[in-house]
Design a binder for this molecule. Structure first.
Ligand SMILES: C[S@@+](CC[C@H](N)C(=O)[O-])C[C@H]1O[C@@H](n2cnc3c(N)ncnc32)[C@H](O)[C@@H]1O
Length: 192
């Protein structure tokens, strides 16, 4: 694991309680959750039993309810502590159609090409990839089946500063074109 990913792992391991608290009681997070659900529902439509990758899935905010609805979900995260919490939540809810993987979104080599009907990468994993964001994007696209859907959510820098990621984020500032480039690249790779 490279140095940036080691830093990410420690940073997110230390943020589990904060994330759980935000999910429980921060109204901004709740609005965010509702908006993302709207997008996920739009992608799923009436489909049942989809194979879904949630890359950087955290405490299972989306992966667990999706598994609960009967989809086969692959939950990947860089942080062992986030994975522990998500596994415990899934266990408590008796959910078995979810598999957990520790790893980074910029290396999805544990998954074959064309594996997933829907790929999610929500609320910042891609934003923290910095130098490897192109690799991460191409990995996310590689594992999608033809005509699969990808829901991406990137974070702006004000969020990073106010919410405490600034210590290791500062050295990577200066690539403000990231999200524009990312989206134009995606549009070329996966129209529609
Ligand atoms: C703010 S949480 C969002 C979790 C989930 N996607 C959601 O929307 O609820 C960010 C998550 O991304 C994970 N993460 C950050 N960088 C990552 C990377 N390069 N690869 C995989 N997971 C990553 C963190 O460990 C953390 O669990």
């Amino acid at each position: 694991m490279d140095q940036n990913n080691q830093q990410l792992k420690s940073f997110w391991d230390g943020r589990v309680d904060k994330e759980l608290e935000r999910e429980k009681s921060d109204p901004r997070k709740q609005v965010h959750t509702d908006l993302i659900w709207r997008e996920i529902q739009r992608c799923i439509g009436q489909s049942t039993c989809l194979t879904i990758l949630d890359a950087g899935a955290g405490t299972g905010r989306f992966s667990i309810p999706l598994a609960e609805k009967g989809h086969r979900v692959f939950h990947l995260d860089i942080s062992p502590k986030m994975l522990e919490v998500a596994k415990e939540k899934a266990r408590e809810q008796g959910i078995t159609s979810i598999e957990f993987f520790q790893g980074s979104v910029d290396d999805l080599s544990c998954f074959e090409n064309n594996s997933f009907d829907l790929v999610l990468c929500l609320d910042s994993p891609l934003s923290f990839c910095y130098a490897t964001y192109e690799k991460a994007l191409s990995e996310l696209v590689r594992v999608m089946k033809p005509r699969a859907k990808l829901v991406l959510c990137v974070m702006n820098r004000t969020g990073v500063i106010t919410e405490g990621g600034v210590n290791f984020d500062l050295e990577h500032f200066g690539t403000a074109k990231t999200s524009i480039n990312s989206f134009s690249k995606l549009a070329r790779v996966s129209p529609g």
